[in-house]
Design a protein around this ligand. Structure first.
Ligand code: KIV
Ligand code: ZN
Length: 517
C-alpha cells in the first residue's frame, strides 16, 4: 500500500440492506433505485443493495441496483451457505463490480442458542462457503456476526481461515452495539497482531448504535487499522440504528489533524441524501442530530450569532456548504420557462427525470409560482419528489373540498379516479384531515391503519409548501406515502393516496387476484 491508499477509508453504505431492515423503513423498488443513485452521487465506495435470498423483492432490488450503479461496488448479502451465495451471485450478475458479502455468527451465545452449531461446524462452514463464493466472485467479504462478543482465539482463527479461503474484506461487526471505543480499537489491534495473513484483506467494521457509540467505535477502529466503515445515511438501521455515514465522513474530514484518514465521499451531497431518505422512509431526523439535523448549523443565541458574524470559525467547525447546505436560493418566478426549469432540475440532481414527469412537474411549478411569491430550491425539490412518486398510480385525486373551522362538523367532499372510474363521496370527521382520510378510505374500501401522520414546512413563511408523510399498515405490511402542496390538506390527501397506491402494489405482488380497488 502507498501512503495515500494506506490512509484511504472505504465507505460501505448499507442503507438499502441493514437500514431498510429496520421497522417502518422498507422501500419499494423505485425508492431503492433513487437511494442507490443518490449513493452514487455521494461517491460511496460500496453499496450493499440487499439480501437477495430474503425475498423476491430483495432479489429484484439487488439486481436492479446492480444494473443502475456504475462506479461503486454493489454488494449482496448471503448467509454462509451455498443457496444464499448462489442467489446473491445471481442477483449481482448485472453488476459492473459485484461483491458477495457472506456472514455467520461466531460468538458463543449466537453459536449455541441461535445457530445451535458447534464452533468446529461454524469454522468449516466459513472455510467451505467463503471458498465457494470466491470461486464465483473475486470480491468476497466475510463477517463473523457478533464479532465483538466472539472469543479472541476463535475470532483470530476464523479470520485467518476466511482470508485463506479467499475473503478480500473481513468485516468485524458489533452486532448488538455493545462495544466501547477503547475496547473495540483493542480488538482490531489484536487481530492485526495475531492473524498472520491479515495484510491480505481489508479490515472493515460494522457498528450498531445501541449505546450511542457506533460512530465513536467506528472511528476508534479506523485509528487501529480498519480501512472500511459500514454505515447508513442518517444512521438508520435495526433498533438504535447503524453508524451514521455523514458523521463518520465529516468527523474524518473535519479532524484530519487528529485522524489522518480520507474518504472518497462528496460531502456536498450529504444534506440532499439525508432529506431524500427521510422523505422516502418517513423517518424524520431529530433537529439536533449532528451534521444533518435542522439545527446543526443554526446559531440561536445572541453571543453565538455575534461570534459567527465576526468570524465563522468562532462557533462553526465545518461550513454549511461543505455538507451541501446553502442559503435558500430564490430560483425562478412564474415567467421562467421550460429550459430554465430543466436546467434547475439538473442542478438539483434530477438529471434522470423523464419527459412526461418533467412536463407534469413544470405544470405544477407554474401553479406554485402563481400561488407562492418566492419559489426556492427546496420548493422545487419537494414538488419534483412528489411528482416522481406518482408514476403508475391506480388511485388519483380529482378534487377535494373541505369545510372546517370552529363550527363543526368538519366535512370533506372527495372525488377520486380509481383506475379510470370516477368515485365521489362526502364524509365528516374529527377534524378536516380525518374527514379527508375517511372519505378516501371509503372510496377505496381499505382497512389500512394509520400509523404515522407528519407535516413539515418546506420553507419558511405562511405560504410555504407543506410536506406530509403518512404511514399505513395493512395485513402486517407497512408503507409510507408522501405529498407536497401549498394547501396542507391537499398535501395530506396526496400523502394518503400515495401510501394507498403503494399498498396496492404490495398486494399485487403477493396476491394478484386479490386486488379490489
Ligand atoms: O449487524 C450485523 O452483524 C450485520 C451483519 C450481517 C454484518 O448486519
Ligand atoms: Zn448490522
Amino acid at each position: 500500500m502507498t501512503s495515500s491508499t494506506a490512509n484511504r477509508v472505504w465507505i460501505f453504505d448499507t442503507t438499502l440492506r441493514d437500514g431498510e431492515q429496520s421497522p417502518g423503513c422498507s422501500m419499494n423498488l423505485e425508492e431503492k433505485l433513487r437511494v442507490a443513485r443518490m449513493l452514487e452521487a455521494l461517491k460511496v465506495d460500496i453499496i450493499e443493495a440487499g439480501f437477495p435470498i430474503a425475498s423476491n423483492g430483495d432479489f429484484e432490488a439487488v439486481r436492479e441496483v446492480a444494473k443502475v450503479v456504475k462506479e461503486a461496488r454493489v454488494a449482496g448479502l448471503a448467509r454462509c451457505n451455498k443457496a444464499d451465495i448462489d442467489r446473491a451471485w445471481e442477483a449481482l450478475e448485472p453488476a459492473a463490480r459485484p461483491r458477495i458479502h457472506t456472514f455467520i455468527s461466531t460468538s458463543p451465545l449466537h453459536m449455541k442458542f441461535k445457530l445451535q452449531l458447534e464452533p468446529e461446524v461454524v469454522h468449516q462452514a466459513i472455510v467451505d462457503n467463503v471458498g465457494y463464493a470466491r470461486n464465483l466472485c473475486d470480491d468476497v467479504e466475510f463477517s463473523p456476526e457478533d464479532g465483538s462478543r466472539t472469543e479472541h482465539d476463535f475470532l483470530c482463527r476464523v479470520v485467518e481461515s476466511a482470508i485463506k479461503a479467499g475473503a478480500t474484506t473481513i468485516n468485524i461487526p458489533d452486532t448488538v452495539g455493545y462495544a466501547v471505543p477503547d475496547e473495540f480499537a483493542a480488538l482490531i489491534a489484536m487481530l492485526f497482531d495475531r492473524v498472520p495473513n491479515i495484510d491480505k484483506a481489508v479490515i472493515s467494521v460494522h457498528c450498531h448504535n445501541d449505546l450511542g457509540l457506533a460512530v465513536a467505535n467506528s472511528l476508534a477502529a479506523i485509528d487501529a487499522g480498519a480501512r472500511q466503515a459500514e454505515c447508513t445515511i442518517n444512521g438508520i438501521g435495526e433498533r438504535a440504528g447503524n453508524a451514521a455515514m455523514e458523521e463518520i465522513v465529516m468527523a474524518l474530514r473535519t479532524r484530519r489533524d487528529a485522524m489522518p484518514y480520507e474518504t472518497g465521499v462528496d460531502t456536498t451531497q450529504i444534506t440532499r441524501a439525508s432529506h431524500l431518505l427521510s422523505a422516502i422512509t418517513g423517518f424524520s431526523v431529530q433537529p439536533n442530530k449532528a451534521i444533518v439535523g435542522a439545527n446543526a448549523f443554526a446559531h440561536e443565541s445572541g453571543i453565538h450569532q455575534d461570534g459567527v458574524l465576526k468570524h465563522a470559525q468562532t462557533y462553526e467547525i465545518m461550513t454549511p456548504e461543505s455538507v451541501g447546505l446553502h442559503e435558500s436560493t430564490l430560483v425562478m418566478g412564474k415567467h421562467s420557462g421550460r429550459h430554465a426549469f430543466r436546467a434547475k432540475l439538473k442542478e438539483l440532481g434530477y438529471g434522470e427525470i423523464g419527459d412526461n414527469q418533467m412536463e407534469d412537474a413544470f405544470r405544477r411549478f407554474k401553479d406554485l409560482a402563481d400561488k407562492k411569491k418566492d419559489v426556492y430550491d427546496e420548493d422545487i425539490v419537494a414538488l419534483v419528489d412528489d411528482e416522481m412518486l406518482r408514476t403508475k398510480d391506480h388511485i388519483k385525486i380529482v378534487s377535494i373540498q373541505v369545510m372546517c373551522g370552529t363550527e363543526g362538523p368538519q366535512k370533506a367532499d372527495v372525488v377520486l379516479d380509481v383506475e379510470g372510474e370516477i368515485r365521489k363521496t362526502s364524509k365528516t370527521g374529527d377534524g378536516p384531515v380525518d374527514a379527508i382520510f375517511q372519505a378516501i378510505k371509503s372510496l377505496c374500501g381499505t382497512q389500512a391503519h394509520l400509523r404515522l401522520f407528519r407535516i413539515d414546512a418546506v420553507t419558511e413563511g405562511t405560504d410555504a409548501q407543506a410536506e406530509v408523510t403518512v404511514r399505513l399498515e395493512e395485513d402486517g405490511k407497512t408503507v409510507n406515502g408522501q405529498g407536497a402542496d401549498t394547501d396542507t390538506l391537499v398535501a395530506a390527501a396526496r400523502a394518503y393516496v400515495h401510501a394507498l397506491n403503494k399498498l396496492l402494489v404490495k398486494r399485487e405482488k403477493t396476491a394478484p387476484a386479490a386486488i379490489t380497488v
